[in-house]
Design a protein around this ligand. Structure first.
Ligand code: RB5
Length: 146
């Protein structure tokens, strides 16, 4: 699995923690997020990163900003992206099993690095259930093609 991480100035601590986790798990990854603490605009990071995942260059993405909300709104504008804004382990598991989410968004002003790591770990380890859930995702994909 290849994972693209990105984030703005408000998510650097959690982004670094997620990077540590990916290194520990031996998952190939790239950090395309901002590298400074000055204020940047989250769509400038979310949109190009989402496009690189939608194109197949990466399998999944983990996007971090202050709340995770801006990142998730922007990412979900890109065709083929199913971004889940998730700050708990239960939702992280279910959004993989039921929604086959390919991007996880989290907010550093909402969740600390310890919980963010657990959420990301479960999200990375959980497989899609398929079956009836695949039919439902197919309806979203069909809508994108209209
Ligand atoms: C930046 O201040 C903040 O607005 C951004 O990180 C994010 O939370 C937006 O949704």
């Amino acid at each position: 699995m290849r994972v693209l991480i990105t984030g703005d100035h408000a998510g650097m601590t959690v982004r670094n923690e997620v990077k540590n986790l990916l290194e520990e798990m031996g998952i190939e990854h790239e950090d395309a997020g901002c590298s400074c603490e000055t204020s940047v605009d989250y769509p400038d990071y979310a949109l190009p990163a989402a496009k690189r995942i939608a194109s197949g260059e990466f399998d999944r993405g983990i996007f971090i900003c202050g709340t995770g909300i801006g990142m998730s709104i922007a990412a979900n504008k890109v065709k083929g992206i199913r971004c889940a804004l998730t700050h708990d382990v239960y939702s992280a598991k279910l959004t993989r099993q039921h929604n086959d989410s390919n991007v996880l968004a989290m907010g550093e002003r909402v969740v600390g690095p310890g919980l963010a790591r657990e959420v990301a770990k479960v999200w990375l380890e959980t497989e899609f259930d398929g079956g009836r859930h695949a039919n439902r995702i197919g309806k979203i994909t069909s809508y994108e093609d209209q």
